[in-house]
Design a protein around this ligand. Structure first.
Ligand SMILES: O=C(O)[C@H](O)COP(=O)(O)O
Length: 244
């Protein structure tokens, strides 16, 4: 899921790795997104290191039926890990670990960060700005191309998230337009031409089923009463039965 609307989405500014929060519309979007996935199983969450993705994660989780507490895992230093440790096994069972990873951050937009997108298009021409924003190989001035962003986001996905999927865990990833475009490019096997047309809205969850190393895109869950999402695998059907 992409984060809800941020303050710089609202102002139409290139944001990249600048760490701005959600607007109140973004807060509503995150809560709405949470309602759409509230009945899907969830074992672990990955989010970027940026506050707009973390706010979205926490707000969405307020709606989840499991009523577990999302807990950010602090592993940045050994001391942070020890100081944030939970010692009760019962309490641990009532939590969902939230892993923060900078590799899932938005593509670094270089010297465009902080500039208005419309004004930048007027200054440099629509085509140039479209290339900076959507082409796979072209880098914005001193920033990351989508290819470079894919280099870190997809590597992280393969190393940390895929093994969990193989072991049957249900994972939510909350990140950004371009880090998610690169991950979707990998999941959907899109070419560098096809990815140009891939646009992601803020706060809209997208469901994927992982089966024997393949990913199947199952669209966006509509709401908690939806039956469709549970027909995709036996374990989801069983989960739904237990829920009922
Ligand atoms: O970083 C940004 O400015 C946006 O979150 C994504 O922007 P884009 O649609 O220009 O890639």
């Amino acid at each position: 899921m992409r984060h809800g609307e941020s303050m710089w989405n609202e102002k139409n500014l290139f944001t990249g790795c600048v760490d701005v929060p959600l607007t109140s519309k973004g807060v509503d979007e995150a809560i709405e997104a949470g309602k759409r996935i509230r009945n899907l199983p969830l074992d672990i969450i990955y989010t970027s290191a940026l506050i707009r993705a973390q706010m979205t994660t926490m707000l969405a989780l307020t709606q989840h039926h499991c009523m577990k507490d999302p807990v950010i895992m602090h592993h940045e230093t050994e001391q942070a890990r020890i100081w944030s440790q939970i010692y009760s096994e019962d309490t641990t069972k009532q939590t969902i670990p939230v892993i923060e990873a900078w590799q899932l951050n938005e593509r670094m937009y270089g010297e465009l960060q902080g500039f208005n997108k419309q004004e930048t298009a007027e200054k440099y021409g629509k085509e140039q700005v479209h290339n900076w924003r959507r082409s796979y190989h072209v880098r914005p001035p001193n920033g990351e191309s989508l290819e470079m962003c894919l280099g870190r986001a997809v590597t992280f996905f393969k190393e940390h998230i895929e093994p969990l999927l193989w072991s049957g865990k249900h994972v939510m990833v909350v990140a950004h337009a371009n880090s998610l475009r690169s991950i979707i490019m990998y999941l959907d096997k899109l070419t560098s031409r096809q990815v140009i047309n891939l646009e992601l809205s803020t706060g809209v969850p997208m469901l994927y089923i992982h089966r024997e190393g393949n990913f199947f895109r199952r669209g966006s869950p509509i709401g908690s009463s939806e039956a469709g999402a549970y027909a995709y695998t036996e374990s989801l059907a069983l989960y739904r039965q237990q829920l009922d």
